[in-house]
Design a protein around this ligand. Structure first.
Ligand code: NAI
Ligand code: MG
Length: 502
């Protein structure tokens, strides 16, 4: 791959998007919302509307859930595991083949740099399907020897949980959508997917590719629309057996309440306030750029962003200076501009929110070392904010406690305390999604790793990306359950015990 995209593809895409609204994908067909509603899709680099999408609502969710149920009880339910795997592999190939268009859609809609959309988004999605396709033929029960008097043959079956409602956020729209449907399909479930209202476009394209791959009608349905309408209708629906949600902790909590109706299964992948700990003996040539991109990557709109930096006092100034230099030199621009390293925030709401946090930090006594302001002017009509480093931050400040979800780093120092003291500071959060640490002393590194309350620990830059084989999820208020790996697929199954008296 040379240039990330050809200008003619971009032109064609733009005129196609301007010409007609994107539709819902229900029962294998593209349809308008029952209400006829559409909503505006905004390019966050310009703040301008460049497409419209169908505003799905309860009526559409009802149709989608009914289609998913028919597919589960019908054609999809009759597919053997190997047939399911083959369709998933085919979809992976189609996604790769459509990589240029998908990456453009993602970059225009979300604002992320085109290379991130191509590799993290499109290729990451294809790998999710390939990894999970392998599980389709490897989901098994067990045989068990019960201790009741008499003689028995007893075993367990793992069956698909049923119709799954998948609700995804806007920060990595495409790969998250695919990462939700892949394990569900491997397990034999059917899906109603609700993309985020800020970024509906790549999901609609996914619908086209699903149809082209030959999945039976209704296996995957895609309802674009708002959280309070389409999302809430899905969560409330008595015909949905499981909700898999990625997004904010606040919405996650409301989903738990709403799911009590039919006690549908719920897995939640929520927010974070992840610590990065740099010991005095760390390899700073690696740690500094990694700490910088761990918070500035995707403009900080990453659930596992390293937003609290803890540095040993002997190297604190050096690290903060290095991260700040990187922040100041970062090429900020539209995602589709070649060479852009950081795009805009996704929306005006997020821009206001991030600027509000920066102001709150300053008012609580933090120092804005670098950044701190909106970027405006020619080429910056959208929601751009400077990569920002706050020093003089401390536990208890809002900027240290709450998920900002923007390119804002809070830097703090630690002294020669023991591992327990460092762990206590890093663990001082309601969240527990991820943590990074840097040291050449693996004994200290592992001791800290064992003490950190987080679902993912990265030592010396390990595991910077998401691997579909590695379980992902949160301690504390960062979520319920794990995605990816064997656990991720098993989360889409129900276990049934069967006993035969011999
Ligand atoms: P959100 O959690 O409300 O949105 C995520 C998804 O949930 C979207 O598809 C939305 O339509 C849907 N949704 C919203 N309300 C719903 C409801 N009542 N029932 C069912 N579905 C619903 O996140 P939002 O408001 O876009 O962002 C606010 C903050 O949330 C961000 O600033 C960030 O801190 C956090 N966030 C964290 C994410 C993460 O991956 N950790 C992802 C997105 C947001
Ligand atoms: Mg958008």
């Amino acid at each position: 791959m040379n240039a990330p995209f050809s200008p003619s593809t971009l032109d064609r895409l733009r005129s196609d998007l301007a010409a007609s609204p994107r539709m819902l994908f229900i029962d294998g067909k593209f349809v308008a919302a029952a209400s006829g509603e559409t909503f505006e899709v905004i390019d966050p680099a310009t703040g301008q509307v460049f497409a419209h999408a169908a505003g799905g609502d309860k009526a559409d969710v009802d149709l989608a859930v009914a289609a998913a149920r028919r597919a589960l009880d019908g054609a999809w339910g009759k597919h053997t595991p190997s047939q399911r795997a083959r369709l998933m592999l085919k979809l992976a190939d189609l996604i790769e083949a459509a990589g240029e268009e998908l990456a453009l859609l993602e970059s225009l809609d979300n604002g992320m740099p085109i290379m991130m959309a191509r590799f993290g988004g499109v290729m990451g999605a294809a790998e999710q399907l390939r990894y999970n396709a392998g599980w389709a033929t490897k989901i098994t029960g067990e045989t068990i020897d019960p201790s009741w008097p008499g003689e028995y043959h007893a075993f367990t079956l793992r069956e698909p949980v049923g119709v799954v409602g998948s609700i995804v956020p806007w920060n990595f729209p495409f790969v998250m959508a695919v990462a939700k449907i892949a394990p569900a399909l491997a397990a034999g479930c059917t899906v109603v997917l609700k993309p985020a209202e800020q970024t509906p476009l790549s999901a609609v394209k996914l619908g086209e590719l699903i149809a082209a791959a030959g999945f039976p009608d209704g296996t995957v349905n895609i309802v674009t629309g708002f959280g309070k309408t389409a999302g809430a209708a899905l969560v409330d629906h008595p015909g949905v057996d499981k909700i898999s949600f990625t997004g904010s902790t606040t919405t996650g909590r409301s989903i738990l309440h709403a799911a009590t109706g039919n006690l549908k299964r719920v897995t939640l992948e929520l927010g974070g306030k992840s610590p990065v700990v740099i010991f005095a003996d760390a390899d700073l040539e690696k740690a500094i750029p990694s700490a910088a991109m761990g918070i500035f990557g995707n403009a900080g709109q990453v659930c596992a962003a390293g937003s609290r930096l803890f540095v040993h006092e002997s190297i604190f100034d050096q690290v903060v200076e290095g991260v700040s230099r990187r922040a100041a030199s970062l090429k900020v621009g539209a995602g589709i501009t070649p060479g852009t390293e950081m795009g805009p925030l996704v929306s005006q709401v997020q821009l206001d929110r991030v600027l509000g946090y920066i102001a709150s930090g300053a008012s609580e006594g933090a120092t804005v070392g670098v950044g701190g302001a909106r970027i405006e002017g020619e080429g910056y009509g959208g929601y751009f904010v400077q990569p920002t480093v706050l020093t003089g931050t401390a536990a208890g400040m809002k900027v240290v406690e709450e998920e900002i979800f923007g390119p804002v780093l809070c830097a703090m120092k630690f002294g020669d305390g023991d591992i327990d003291t460092i762990a206590a500071s890093a663990n001082q959060s309601d969240y527990g999604l991820a943590a990074s640490l840097w040291t050449r002393d693996m004994s200290s590194g592992l001791k800290l790793a064992k003490r950190l309350k987080a679902g993912t620990i990265r030592i010396n830059g390990g595991g910077a990306g998401v691997d579909p084989a590695m379980p992902l999820g949160g301690f504390k208020q960062s979520g319920w359950g794990r995605e990816n790996g064997r656990m991720g697929v098993e989360a889409y199954t129900e276990v049934k015990s069967v006993t035969i008296a011999l």
